[in-house]
Design a protein around this ligand. Structure first.
Ligand code: COA
Length: 433
């Protein structure tokens, strides 16, 4: 049978497609803005047919109807990175969180978390019957490869990204044709604090460096301060709109990359339609599975790799919590440690953890630089991995510093109103001989 005949034979409605999901199945959803929201919605509407379907994903950008209280017993969330749609359900015990490095997720699909069903969102096939994973290749392609059953939304609005980002029609079991724009993430608001942090981070970035930038206002603010740089490269689990501006300004060329020269190596895209249009059929945008993009040993093959990520709290020793507030799991590890370690493997590499010096917790301003992490908080980046910590008040280089020196360096970038109190704690902790 030709792929075209196979394609025709596999087309079903979404209502028919979700009937192939069985009670007790583990279902992995396409990641982030690659979630096939339409089919997921039909799965949720069919909830009465299911008992204990485990829904696994990371950044959930859809409405996450499967996580609602009335879905208990029908669906159980197993999140590898909590977000607005899934946090409450885990807090209330109707779901769970599994800690993992992002680069190890494809390995989980093969061993510890075998996939029964992958629901993916792809482009229509090209002349060879290959569909592109578009905005999300990361764990989505490996999930489709590992799954016993692949349900694909074939979506003409999905940008056709290149790289190791394709699945052939022969490897899809059920096709649901549904054209719908990809979810857009509004541009983050950049205020005075983010600007200062951005400028401090940019002071650590040199011409010819290869960058990884996480999501949010701080990475975007960093990009604003890179307009004068030359020949920057990209090797990043994700990119957002800011990269398009730097590309258009001739700053991002990837010309000085010693690994995959001329290519931006990326796992997923998350931004506005402008970003998706930029990525469409763009040979420079090299999309890959996350066990390639985020493997610290692969990242480390780039010379001068600089990673920029954020955090919630850091203690005097340089232990960084980026994902929980006490025992409350807030987000996940994502690719933070993958890139911190990858940057350490990189010749000339640097890793930056950048965040505002304070947080507003229900109307009370607290310091994010603390003597001890809040009880129950997890250590995301360990004190042996941490390199630069950046706030709006400056840059603290921690790698190679003693515990005593680290505490001093961190207090120097803490918010001024907390420095006296932090200094008192430091003196109690580190005796002067
Ligand atoms: N104590 C108590 N609460 C704190 C806090 C602290 N020290 N710091 C932040 N918070 C609260 C904020 O008040 C806010 O609460 P709200 O949701 O009720 O408003 C919440 O935590 C989020 O803080 P914010 O600073 O707005 O987070 P963010 O959206 O900038 O995200 C991280 C920051 C660290 C949570 C996010 O980058 C992350 O999850 N990182 C881990 C994974 C990672 O780095 N991956 C790699 C790149 S994708």
């Amino acid at each position: 049978m030709s792929w075209k005949e196979e394609y025709k034979a596999k087309v079903k409605t979404a209502e028919e497609a979700v009937k192939a999901i069985k009670s007790g199945n583990r279902v992995v959803l396409g990641h982030a803005v690659g979630e096939p929201v339409y089919i997921v919605q039909k799965m949720v509407e069919n909830y009465e047919a299911y008992k204990d379907v485990e829904v696994v994903n990371m950044v959930a950008m859809g409405p996450s109807g499967f996580a609602k209280p009335e879905m208990a017993g029908h669906f159980r969330v197993n999140s590898l990175f909590l977000g607005g749609g899934t946090r409450k359900c885990v807090e209330e015990g109707r779901g769970d969180f599994t800690p993992t490095f992002f680069y190890q997720v494809p390995g989980l699909w093969k061993t510890e978390l075998p996939v029964d069903v992958a629901i993916i969102n792809v482009t229509p096939p090209d002349e060879d019957g290959n569909c592109s994973f578009g905005v999300s290749c990361d764990y989505t392609k490996p999930a489709a490869e590992a799954a016993k059953l692949v349900i694909a939304q074939v979506n003409a609005k999905m940008p056709r990204t290149l790289g190791n980002s394709f699945i052939n029609v022969k490897d899809i079991d059920i096709i649901v044709e549904h054209d719908v724009p990809i979810v857009e993430l509004p541009l983050p608001k950049i205020g005075e604090i983010e600007e200062k942090i951005g400028a401090n981070c940019a002071s650590l970035i040199k011409d010819g460096d290869t960058l990884q930038l996480g999501i949010g206002a701080i990475p975007d603010a960093v990009l604003h301060f890179l307009k004068e740089k030359k020949d920057l490269g990209i090797h990043s689990e994700m990119i957002s709109d800011g990269i398009v501006d730097l590309y258009n300004a001739g700053v991002v060329t990837c010309a000085k990359k010693n690994f995959k020269t001329g290519k931006m190596v990326i796992g997923f895209l998350m931004g506005t339609q402008r970003l998706y249009d930029f990525a469409n059929n763009n040979p420079m945008v090299d999309m890959n599975p996350i066990d390639f993009v985020n493997d610290p040993r692969i990242i480390g093959q780039n010379d001068n790799l600089v990673s920029v990520n954020s955090a919630l709290q850091v203690d005097f020793m340089g232990q960084v919590c980026s994902e929980s507030i006490g025992l409350r799991q807030f987000s996940g590890i994502g690719g933070q440690v993958d890139f911190v370690r990858g940057a350490a493997f990189s010749k000339g590499g640097r890793s930056i953890l950048a965040f505002p010096a304070t947080a507003d917790v229900k109307g009370t301003v607290v310091s994010k630089i603390v003597p001890l992490l809040t009880e129950g908080s997890t250590v995301t980046t360990s004190r042996c991995d941490v390199d630069y910590v950046v706030t709006e008040f400056g840059v603290a280089k921690l790698k190679g510093k003693t515990l005593r020196e680290r505490a001093k360096a961190l207090i120097a970038v803490a918010a001024p109103q907390f420095r006296e109190e932090l200094e008192k704690e430091r003196k109690l902790r580190f005796k002067e001989a």
